[in-house]
Design a protein around this ligand. Sequence first.
Ligand code: AMP
Length: 201
Amino acid sequence: MFNLILFGPPGSGKGTQSEKLMARYHLRHLSTGDLLRSEISRQTALGVEAKKFMDKGQLVPDEVVIGMISTVLDEHKNATGFLFDGFPRTSAQAEALDKLLEFKQAPISVMLALEVSEDELVKRLLKRGQTSGRSDDTNEQVIRARIEEYRLKTEAVADYYRQFNKVVMVKGEGSIEEIFRNLCQVIDQKKKIVQELPEPL
Ligand code: AMP
């Protein structure tokens, strides 16, 4: 099993690159943002609660998101690997994910962290807002709040994985194809290493 985290601030290209990576590596895409938006559109209790935070650009409480991920992991027991997009976003979520994956003996192989300047992020998100239908992409104040949440709570998640030597920084500016090639290069290298490891006894 090969599990990877695509990490980076809102607007860094996680969604775009996830689509391409999924197709190439046959990983199951797990985006907590998409899962939450699906809950909202189905007007579930979880969705109604989550929307209050999302509309303000704030993170949804850990227990809500962790519960959701746990359910999806259970539903896809035979997956060959997961691509986590937008999760984990806090240190508590990272620790919970490690515990969930421990049962599967399938730890995170690598965290790919996309680096993009703040001006570029705001520009991209406002542009995306013209077509995405996402209300949190149209209001610059909400966009700035999301970036602030990232700096305050999410950036530290990279430090959590850094202690296990699992973080690789990738430049998130340039053409989509160029960024994709750089991500693939890191993954191919890591996959080779994972395959060379002996099976656990
Ligand atoms: P995204 O689609 O990843 O940009 O997420 C959109 C919004 O969903 C975020 O601004 C948060 O309010 C919420 N959200 C998504 N993933 C998480 C997460 N892992 N933890 C907390 N909130 C999340």
